[in-house]
Design a protein around this ligand. Structure first.
Ligand SMILES: [Zn+2]
Ligand SMILES: [Zn+2]
Length: 348
């Protein structure tokens, strides 16, 4: 089979790999949809920058794609049929660890004390027709959801969902979401579905227009004026109850910190980079909670899928571009512009 590998400096290659066969504890998933995630751009663009994400070393070419969704095509001999059967519609929690430490046992294998494999980054991912994973990484895809929606939940949308849960977002809250890329737009959509009032911020007019379609109540371009003043004026001078930075930029993070109200919470979910905060005025005097959030556990991935299905949230609309695998060069060139929506590879 052929899979997409990143060569660095915006180059990629469709390389030939042997068709995977499952080990005793593994399954092979026939991929139906493989999403493109903003963090893929960090691997697509450069070799130096990826080290700062702290995801371990890569040796040899690795198939990209960490939003896998498909159908179980082969099952290893030691896999209990209650965990996986041929034909099951599944998402993959795209990490695997030791299986026995406290993090692995609670479904947070990305935090494994022994280090984890990140599929699509340090282990073969889903930009290919087939993907071999340990059976314990599977998360069932509800019948109501399509494969592309399952792919989005497998990283970007699931990450947004957990970030909102991490801050205990409620329907009474006003939340400012900084950055309306795939994760920020998902946060806007999910927060609106949870009943919150959403202030969406982005420097792209296209992305702000999409945020409005996805339920944002107020739109603001930080290049058009003082974003923090705008958030305060929309909240009777107080600031937003909750803020979420999905941009991963210092400017975006400062808007999140400064735009949150006293006793509020700011969550960082965008990867990489750094930020400098004046601790006394911006944190202590405001009794501010700042939290980091990194993806989600297996059970939260399942919760997110259930929430999306029950509320009939149209996650599929996140995808503005649908590609075949042999269009990968163009797909990443378009995604790299970061002004449009999310892309997905559909295998059939
Ligand atoms: Zn572990
Ligand atoms: Zn991702």
């Amino acid at each position: 089979m052929r899979g997409v590998t990143f060569l660095g400096e915006r180059r990629l290659q469709l390389m030939e790999f042997p068709d995977p066969t499952p080990g005793p504890q593994d399954v092979v998933v026939e991929i139906q949809a493989s999403g493109m995630c903003g963090s893929d751009l960090k691997f697509y663009r450069a070799s130096g920058e990826t080290a700062s994400l702290g995801l371990g070393k890569v040796s040899g070419p690795v198939i990209a794609g960490h939003e896998p969704c498909g159908v179980v095509a082969a099952v290893g001999g030691a896999v209990d049929e209650r965990i996986a059967r041929i034909g099951d519609r599944v998402m993959v929690h795209h990490y695997s660890g030791c299986g026995t430490c406290a993090h692995c046992r609670t479904g947070w294998s990305q935090m494994c004390v022994a280090g984890s494999t990140v599929y699509g980054v340090t282990g073969h991912g889903a930009h290919a027709p087939y993907m071999k994973v340990p059976a314990h990484t599977l998360v069932s895809l509800p019948d109501e959801l399509g494969f592309a929606t399952g792919a989005a939940i497998s990283c970007g949308t699931g990450t947004a969902y957990q970030a909102l849960r991490r801050m205990n977002l409620t329907g009474g809250d006003t939340i400012a979401v900084v950055g309306q890329g795939p994760v920020g737009l998902s946060a806007t959509q999910l927060a609106a579905a949870m009943g919150a009032r959403v202030i969406a911020l982005d420097v792209s007019a296209e992305r702000l227009a999409r945020a409005e379609e996805f339920g944002a109540h107020v739109l603001f371009d930080p290049r058009s004026g003082d974003a923090v003043a705008a958030i305060r004026s929309l909240t009777h001078g107080a600031g937003a109850d909750k803020t979420l930075d999905t941009s991963g930029t210092a400017d975006g993070r400062l808007i999140a910190v400064r735009g949150a109200r006293a006793w509020g919470a700011a969550c960082f979910v965008g990867e990489g980079g750094d930020v400098t905060i004046e601790v006394s005025p911006l944190m202590l005097r405001k009794q501010l909670t700042i939290v980091g959030s990194w993806t989600f556990s297996t059970s939260i991935q399942a919760d997110c899928a259930r929430f999306v299905a029950d509320r009939k949230i149209d996650v599929d609309r996140l995808f503005t571009h649908r590609w075949r695998l042999d269009q990968a060069q163009e797909a990443y060139r378009v995604f790299d512009r970061q002004t449009e929506g999310k892309g997905v590879f559909l295998m059939h």
